[in-house]
Design a binder for this molecule. Structure first.
Ligand code: 13P
Ligand code: SF4
Length: 339
């Protein structure tokens, strides 16, 4: 534990977007320097956490940074599977997450036992797991992917090989649609936040904002509806973009639109507004907040740096079995956006 001089506790006035103050920011930076720590934050984190981090980005970008960083400690402000992935890639580094209870409903939608049973039904299939999975599931996986590179990962598998894709049914449907691949079996898992952004809400918002572009995360229940709206001409096809969170940032920087409807977790709006302040970004569902992501608070980040907790451990045998799948993930596809 690193001792701190008497610094006022960060002031968070009840609003999740509140800026915790300059004393908090100075103390976070001082403690991070003393620990030799790099702070990584996912695009869904609270704005104060995104702004204090050394790097903010999508799952793929953060995995790559974690693998390449020469810092001895990684403080991962995100959910548990992300910190676990960093530990799998860098077993000799100390990986901290400010609250180890920050889970993921999507990662919980398949267990390693369920995957083993599924594999027994299709013994020759290649297993592609979304990075939103536990280390035990990664240990049973051939290649991991994120929403940034899921299409490229599946495209890298010979066309005659069957694919088991898990756990997200909406991302799986998106990959199957893009590649027109029939021999792909998709697990019926979902993220409770993205599944809640449904087609009816998206259609109503698109009708009320006829000039807006639509940025839709492929985990959303409404991704199919977005493409349907484009197919019927209700929204011009070039205004509908199915994108990872990092891809949304790249698209925002390139966009000429004056308004964009955003179908993903609402933490994303902070980076989008910073990337393109002239665009009016609106959430398709402004209650789409991930309670797990929001468990990482300014106070807990400070505690992580002061007390070295919560440290993330991955069973070395599981990590060794999952490492090749994660390494293939970070090698495939464009540099993850969001940085
Ligand atoms: P990306 O950052 O890869 O787009 O993932 C979104 C997500 O839901 C992470 O939990
Ligand atoms: Fe998991 Fe969904 Fe939260 Fe992402 S938004 S961490 S997929 S529960």
């Amino acid at each position: 534990m690193i001792a701190s001089p008497s610094v006022a506790e960060p002031r968070v006035d009840g609003s999740p977007d509140a800026w915790p103050g300059a004393a908090w920011a100075d103390e976070v930076r001082r403690l991070a320097r003393r620990r030799g720590a790099v702070i990584l934050a996912h695009n869904y984190q609270l704005p104060a956490i995104q702004d204090i981090a050394d790097h903010t980005g999508d799952s793929l970008a953060l995995s790559r940074i974690a693998a390449e960083s020469d810092a001895s400690t990684i403080v991962f402000c995100g959910v548990h599977f992300m910190a676990e992935t960093a530990k799998i890639l860098s077993p000799h580094k100390t990986v901290l997450i400010p609250d180890a209870r920050a889970g993921c409903s999507l990662a919980d939608s398949i267990t390693a036992d369920q995957l083993r049973e599924w594999k027994a039904e299709y013994p020759d299939a290649v297993v592609v797991s979304y990075v939103n999975t536990t280390a035990a599931v990664k240990a049973e996986t051939d290649i991991c992917c994120t929403s940034s590179n899921a299409v490229e990962v599946v495209a890298s598998i010979p066309a005659d090989r069957e694919v088991l894709f898990l756990p997200d049914q909406f991302l799986g449907a998106h990959v199957r649609r893009v590649l027109g691949r029939e021999n792909m079996h998709v697990w019926a898992g979902e993220c409770h936040v993205h599944a809640g952004i449904n087609g009816a809400t998206l259609t109503a918002k698109a009708e009320a904002n006829p000039d807006a572009e639509l940025f839709v995360h492929p985990e959303c229940g409404c991704a199919t509806s977005a493409l349907y709206l484009a197919g019927t001409g209700a929204v011009p096809a070039d205004r509908v973009k199915i994108l990872s969170t990092g891809g949304m940032l790249d698209a925002a920087r390139a966009s000429q639109a004056s308004s964009v409807l955003v179908a993903t977790e609402i933490g994303m709006l902070h980076q989008l507004r910073k990337a393109a302040p002239e665009i009016d970004f609106r959430a398709v569902n402004d209650r789409a907040s991930c309670r797990y992501m929001k468990m990482i608070t300014p106070e807990k980040l400070l505690r992580a740096l002061r007390e070295g907790r919560d440290e993330v451990h991955v069973d070395p045998e599981l990590a060794a079995r999952g490492r090749a799948a994660v390494q293939r993930m970070i090698e495939i596809g464009q540099p993850g956006g969001g940085e």
